[in-house]
Design a protein around this ligand. Structure first.
Ligand code: 4AD
Ligand code: MG
Length: 480
């Protein structure tokens, strides 16, 4: 049976046209006004019922959460709040929802906390807030593919199961196997998992970078966009154990070109949602305004959501070397109120998130690209500068988020790379294939990784990373 999406009905100019709609009841007021939502838009369509003409048994089943089909005629609305509405001719109940049970869930029409929504992750997509976030997430994902395709990049699907730990941080999930036909059992009867993948130690990927590099050295410009896994035990509002990362990699591109690409890419995908995701963004902006009113003045957002997004699109990111940033931090005043000291005594120290946020939110008041970090605190594959102590790394720091991008120019010189691996005890047997690319037509190349959920956080104005991914995987939440 053909039906029309609510968003198309709401945009329709065809007054008196008959439409069939399918969706879920958000509210049913005065036995007359059904607010119907089908997920295609943040807006409900108002369906007006003449209850004297309707079968009472059916009307009794039009309850919050129920799935229904409505046939009716498009009319100009007499009430305020909507341009058009549907005058109902016929209702079919597709799936009932018992009001007593609904009362116990987040479907009940009142404001529920985001914590409560997380506990019912299977239902939260039917709420306005999470629905808006998920539509924007989908739109951003499309914008990512659109940007790279239009700019001559090829999409590479790098492996999820891999033998390498690209970041060398050791925070990986190991892959274990069971022989299904003949599962080895422990003495107590429990299954004895093999700590390997058919004889080889493997893990879930932490980054597709190393494989993407090999593809860039053949296809020129490539990108990955896939799930990555980190077994770090961080319970913060910015970390997930499973997150999606976008990793472009470009041959014949140096660090400056990498910064240009990252800035242009981020501005482009944000522009895309500003243009195509207006309704959801406006809803979330209003939501943020309401939340802000409950907060003390010094914790409120300095800009409205839409102003913030436009600001990022319209202004240059500030590019600052690590060494300059350390000077700024050294000369900044300690923050007495938060009992945090911004002072950094030593060049070479890794920046903590408080330092990053100080630079972005207090000092520069715009997105910042920090580059040329000390080699000691960065990964083995980064291109060593001529000073012998810094590498061509870059991190992009965003207001309210902190690090959103990590990237670098890669070490393209075989012998320098090998020395670096030796110094860090990375066995060359493990990465022989990676090293080999430096023997056959090696060239300058660069890339970066952008944490997709951190981008979604920024664009939606949400504050907890668990609220921008369908089913968050964190150390305390793996049940769904
Ligand atoms: O800085 P990271 O670890 O860099 C890499 O993995 C490189 N191999 C990327 C590259 O050059 N191709 O991670 C990149 C980004 C971070 O800036 C952050 O946005 C995000 O990934 N990220 C996380 N997001 C959510 N949860 C986590 N646990 C994350 N760890 C990193
Ligand atoms: Mg990083």
């Amino acid at each position: 049976m053909q039906h029309t999406l609510v968003k198309n009905v709401l945009a329709s100019e065809k007054i008196h046209q008959e439409y069939t709609l399918k969706g879920w009841v958000r509210s049913f007021r005065s036995n007359r006004f059904i607010a119907l939502n089908d997920g295609s838009t943040i807006h409900n369509v108002q369906c007006v019922v003449d209850f004297e003409q309707m079968d009472k048994d059916i009307l009794d089943q039009v309850t919050v959460g129920a799935a229904i089909e409505v046939k009716g005629t498009l009319k100009e609305s007499q009430g305020s709040g909507q341009r058009v509405e549907i005058e109902v001719d016929e209702i079919t109940i597709l799936g009932t929802a018992d009001p007593e049970d609904v009362k116990l869930t987040i479907l009940s029409p009142k404001r529920h906390s985001l914590e409560k929504l997380r506990e019912q992750a299977h239902l939260r997509v039917r709420t306005n807030t999470f629905g808006a976030v998920m539509r924007l997430r989908s739109m951003l994902s499309y914008a990512v593919h659109d940007y790279f395709t239009k700019n001559g990049f090829y999409n590479v699907h790098t492996p999820i199961i891999t033998g390498s730990d690209a970041e060398g941080a050791g925070e990986t999930f190991k892959v274990t196997t069971i022989d299904a036909a003949n599962p080895a059992k422990n003495e107590d009867g429990s299954i004895n998992y093999k700590e390997d993948f058919f004889g080889k130690e493997t893990n879930l990927t932490v980054s597709g970078q190393l494989e993407a590099e090999t593809f860039a050295l053949g296809l020129g410009k490539v990108y990955t966009f896939g799930p990555t896994f980190r077994a770090e035990n961080s319970n913060t509002s910015r970390h997930l154990a499973e997150f999606w990362m976008i990793e472009p990699e470009v041959a014949f591109c140096d660090l400056a070109g990498n910064m240009d690409l990252a800035e242009d890419f981020i501005k482009s995908v944000i522009s895309y949602v500003l243009e195509h995701g207006k309704d959801d963004l406006e809803f979330l902006a209003k939501r943020q305004e309401q939340e802000d009113k409950q907060k003390p003045a010094d914790q409120r957002e300095p800009m409205s959501l839409l102003d913030k997004l436009n600001f990022v699109v319209e202004n240059n990111f500030k590019r600052v070397s690590y060494t300059e940033a350390i000077e700024i931090l050294k000369n900044s005043k300690p923050n007495k109120k938060k009992k945090f000291n911004y002072l950094i005594e030593e060049w070479g120290a890794d920046l903590q998130s408080e330092h990053e946020r100080f630079l972005v939110e207090k000092h520069f008041k715009c997105p910042v690209i920090l580059f040329d970090y000390p080699a000691e605190i960065k990964s083995f594959y980064m291109r060593l500068n001529d000073d012998g102590k810094t590498v061509r790394a870059m991190d992009i720091l965003f207001p309210g988020i902190g690090e959103i991008v990590g990237g670098s120019q890669r070490e393209e010189r075989h012998d320098v790379l090998l020395e670096k691996m030796k110094a860090l005890n990375i066995p060359k047997e493990e990465l022989w294939w990676y090293l080999e690319t430096r023997k056959f037509g090696t060239c300058i190349h660069s890339g970066f990784g952008l944490g997709f959920e951190r981008l979604v956080l920024f664009v939606t104005g949400m504050t907890n990373i668990r609220d921008v991914i369908p089913y968050p995987r964190t150390p305390l939440n793996a049940e769904f």
